[in-house]
Design a protein around this ligand. Structure first.
Ligand code: M6R
Length: 609
């Protein structure tokens, strides 16, 4: 989604802004722009395509200034173009905006009647004109900003500058994340901490409906009705290096390879003999989960798939009925909430608009408590949930979620064990065996990665294919869904995940010699059933790619390509069998020549619904 960077300093800020935009590229965008105040003039440059185009334009044309704002745009209102790119200017004001102004058409008509003219198709240009309009009758820009923001409906993260006041940078947030970065004699604003890591690690998180006024040495925060707010400063544990590609060709590849370490980090300090320490979930005590009678999980995309796996584990290990739902569906229906229900959200970014909206809805419903499983400290979901279980994946830059997913799975397993123990639903022996297995997980993940070359060779056979099916049974069904999502989002090969038992209820009609069918078939309680499904596919002539374990008896024939993966504890299979599917998707994407880390039309952090 769109990215914002703003800076006010006693030095030229244009390189800081451009570097910040580069660091936000992973979020997905189609155009970029920058505006600095120089000699009391607004100098604005915009380009379509990648940030490197903007950097070249700035190098050629120059855009110096001690104060400036910059933006990467992911088109919502109006096509990707230089005219629609941000910043948008009205008179002395320049504005960048993340989010959507829902009543922009109505406001635009009113402003046209008052004599304003518009160049772009965007809602943002309407907003900057609205602020400009109110400035004509207000005591100062802060007043005009507040009046305008109280008139708009929708969501916004904003940064605003005024060429008549080069000593002040304004920012505001409602429904779209925004952070303030604190420097020494300089201050910054951005939609994401990663953008500012080269200049600071000290941050203030703006809450909903807050406005910030920044000078080089002061930050004042107010609510939209003008009440001053005391904010605390949070030190980030990320560093600028956390977003380097190292020796890898793509971020996604690096992040796949980081999984043994990120799984280890997710366990670090959390296992204490046969106990999982209470600090694993921030905010809980030894009785927190004792009365829980039902669990509702809500998430989007890959995080939703993690939730689907979590349902199998939570029901098996806690005996508590667990429901999983896509956030964009949950938020718009009347859910029946059982007494003593726990509401769980799962999100890598902690900023996904639908997941956040579902949490806010859940807080008005009769859930006992809310818990989020999240990778980003300080994110909206973390700040608004009662409890947090942090996945320790580290910064994930590739749009395709990889290490975030496997650490979400591990976190869900730890949570199931914690809840199971508090409810006496799990025996000491079972608990011990699972934790013994969990301790081996990072090393096993490393072993699974060693199949990379074999999987790369297989990926060549997907070249030119248009459609694929991914099959799995039981807890491996959501892994088939995730394998299909990974393949489609980065290689653009159409892929569908199915519960193998559903095959004969429809999808089997698609199968012919042209259709590769990927089967996730580790040795587990359902393997015999799955082998029957494999036979059904084989009988229809499809080429089979079976990801199985070394001892599993899968018929070897020219029609079948079996990848024999290491034997591993059944409880870990969903986590470990994800890795070869990620590698398959990655290599197919590389062979297809797609933009692996920033696939078309996708955004890393989906902050609008
Ligand atoms: O940040 P979140 O985990 O809330 O994001 C949810 C989805 O947008 C995300 O998982 C998306 O599906 C990924 N592109 C999948 O690789």
């Amino acid at each position: 989604m769109c990215g914002i960077v703003g800076a006010i300093a006693q030095r030229n800020v244009s390189q800081i802004l451009l570097e910040g935009l580069s660091r936000l590229e992973y979020r997905g965008y189609d155009s970029a722009g920058i505006c600095c105040i120089n000699n009391q003039e607004l100098r604005c440059i915009k380009t379509t395509g990648k940030v490197k185009n903007l950097k070249e334009a700035v190098k050629e044309q120059g855009c110096p200034g001690f104060i400036g704002i910059a933006h990467t745009r992911w088109a919502t209102h109006g096509v990707p173009s230089e005219t629609n790119a941000h910043p948008h200017i009205c008179g002395n004001l320049a504005l960048v905006h993340n989010g959507i102004i829902e009543n922009f058409a109505e406001l635009k008509s009113q402003l046209i009647e008052k004599g304003y003219e518009f160049k772009s198709q965007t809602d943002t240009e309407v907003l900057v004109c609205l602020i400009h309009y109110h400035l004509q009758t207000s005591a100062n820009l802060l007043e005009a900003f507040k009046i305008a923001l109280n008139e708009v409906k929708g969501s916004f993260g904003l940064a605003l500058i005024d060429k008549n006041d080069p000593n002040t940078l304004y920012a505001a947030r409602s429904g779209s994340p925004l952070i303030i970065g604190l420097g020494i004699g300089e201050n910054f604003v951005a939609s994401d901490t990663l953008a500012l890591l080269p200049v600071t690690r000290r941050f203030i998180y703006l809450e909903e409906n807050e406005i910030a006024v920044l000078t080089t040495d002061k930050i004042d925060v107010y609510t939209l009705d003008g009440t001053p707010v005391e904010k605390s400063v949070v030190e980030s544990d990320l560093d600028a290096e956390s977003i380097s590609k190292g020796n890898f060709r793509h971020y996604m590849q690096k992040e796949i390879y980081e999984q043994p370490q990120s799984l280890q980090n997710t366990l670090l300090g959390r296992l204490n003999g046969d106990d999982i320490s209470l600090e694993t979930v921030v905010g809980i005590d030894k009785d927190t989960f004792k009365d829980i009678k039902a669990i509702q999980i809500v998430a989007c995309g890959t995080s939703y798939h993690a939730g689907l796996v979590g349902k199998y584990w939570l029901e098996e290990l806690t005996g508590i009925a667990t429901n999983v739902e896509i956030a964009s569906e949950y938020r718009y229906r009347k859910a029946v909430v059982q007494d003593n229900s726990l509401f769980i959200t799962i999100s890598q970014s902690g900023e996904t608009a639908d997941t956040l909206a579902s949490l806010r809805l859940a807080k008005q419903q009769k859930y006992k408590k809310s818990l989020c499983i999240c990778n980003v400290n300080g994110s909206s979901l973390v700040r608004e949930s009662d409890y947090t279980l942090f996945t320790k994946a580290g910064a994930e830059i590739g749009v395709a979620s990889t290490k975030a997913f496997t650490t979400q799975l591990l976190s869900l397993l730890l949570l199931a064990l914690l809840i199971g123990r508090q409810n006496n639903a799990i025996s000491d022996t079972q608990n011990h065996e699972i934790l013994e297995a969990v301790r081996k997980l990072p090393a096993l993940a490393q072993e699974f990665l060693s199949y990379d070359k074999e999987i790369e060779d297989i990926a060549c056979q997907f070249s030119g294919k248009r459609h694929t099916l991914f099959l799995g049974r039981g807890v491996m069904f959501p892994i088939a869904l995730e394998g299909a999502l990974k393949l489609k989002e980065i290689s653009y090969i159409h892929a569908e995940g199915y519960a193998a038992g559903e095959l004969k209820h429809g999808p089997i009609a698609l199968i012919d010699k042209e259709m590769p069918v990927v089967v996730v078939a580790p040795d587990n309680a359902l393997i015999d059933k799955l082998i029957s499904n494999i036979e059904e596919v084989r009988a229809r002539g499809a080429r089979l790619y079976v990801f199985s374990t070394q001892d599993t008896l899968i018929k070897d024939d020219p029609q079948t390509c079996k990848v024999s993966l290491p034997m591993c504890p059944e409880i870990l299979q969903p986590i470990l069998f994800t890795i070869p599917l990620q590698l398959l998707a990655y290599h197919c994407a590389v062979i297809n020549g797609t933009d692996v880390d920033q696939p078309r039309n996708l955004a890393k952090s989906v902050t609008v619904e």
